[in-house]
Design a protein around this ligand. Sequence first.
Ligand code: KIV
Ligand code: ZN
Length: 514
Amino acid sequence: MSDRLYVFDTTLRDGEQSPGCSMNIDEKMRVAHSLAGLGVDIIEAGFPIASPGDFEAVHRIATEVHGPKIAGLARAAVKDIERAGLAVRPAGDNARIHTFIATSPIHMEAKLRMSPDQVLERAVDAVTQARSLVPEVEFSAEDAGRSEIDFLCRIVEAVIKAGARVINIPDTVGYMTPDEFGYRIRTLIEKVPNSDQAIFSVHCHNDLGLAVANSLAAVENGARQVECTMNGLGERAGNASLEEIVMIMKTRSDRYDIETGIDTTKIVPTSKLVSQITGMNVQPNKAIVGANAFAHESGIHQDGVLKHKKTYEIMTPESVGWTTNRMVLGKHSGRAALKARYLELGVELTDERLIEVIGRFKVLADKKKDIFDEDLMSILSSDSGLETERVKLLSLHAESGTNDVPVATVELDIEGVNHKATSEGDGPIDATFKAIKSLVEPKGKLLLYAVNAITVGTDAQGEVTVRLQDGDRIVNGQGADTDIIVASAQALICALNKLPNMHANAVHAQYSGV
Ligand code: KIV
Ligand code: ZN
């Protein structure tokens, strides 16, 4: 019997802490459902004390997402734990509070200004309080990688005694090397007298590119929960990447003999969803989920793969969810097939949502001969599913040429009223953005404009991500269309719709719409 490794996904918490990766509640719900379909054991849904929006997201996920345990993060502080307990409560037996406090000398002295004994007492109190609210408590010793091992043993023993059943050892700053981190985990398991009453977990950051290697070293030394994120998102250089850890376990089962509960064929669709929603494109040469991860370019490699796939492929693209499947549905085909294909891609559509999606599918099928799975996923991401869209694109006309000044005219519906503007720009996209921005307030500062071809061919849809900043709020918008200028306008409008105080620019004349 092989051992079981629990996959704790923190895309929605640590992943969301990546600069510019914040998601709205509907986006978090879609990611959470996708993670549940992927088969993760625990979803860390957020940090409930951080904001009312974070609380609501964790609460909704705990209410609506079934299967995985739902964890809410809390500092070792009474109010944090109360909020986390309330937020995860709807998950019932699957509710978990994840409480943490820093244990390294530099964090205790410079950040917390607390002595080790005070930190230990606070940790025990936090676990005791959390244990009175939910069935399962996880304790993290923040910056455990740089903590003194004797103090770490002492605090771990105390919190297990207080009721923590998962002990997480984070390498918060990504400082460890695999040998020393593995040794640290083994030392804890061997030295802490009650270590058999808890599952040991690790949470590795990737500052030196060692997050996955350090996680593996920990697993080799007895850790049975790994904290990780889709596409390796997370603070600074990110966290250990879920897809890499899972596929190492599967591909090298000869070495690890440890199973995860992940349905690996859902990895790529989930990765794409996360990258579309966060606007964090996956680098093409990223292991498992990068566009080139299974592309064979050199003649020698292509020849080898044609003769026998295993010459250059240690896992199949299908096993991680890369498909060459095409929708053979035309614009007259039925909704059942579309619904079924989405289901195969891990997306369950309500009948109401299906009607909206079919509308977009048919518009696309009019423009594009082959509809790929990637196109289907982009239909979902450009259709936010929000009924609260305050700005809608009614029409767009852009002109450019070698000897012309680029000019764009846009017509927007802003909260039910038509507005129209024409602007010149450095190119048709710049002109389009200027025209749109002249009609709204606030306009937001453009932090990112990125274009990706979703599939191959000149009729491929271009997928555009726009990131805007208004004060301390950063929002992402996505758009996809076979016309890159339309996709850009959609992406900008999608981002503007996420700015809570966005409204029509009063100085701009309204337009009758005729
Ligand atoms: O990196 C870290 O230490 C964390 C903890 C809150 C687990 O994210
Ligand atoms: Zn972290």
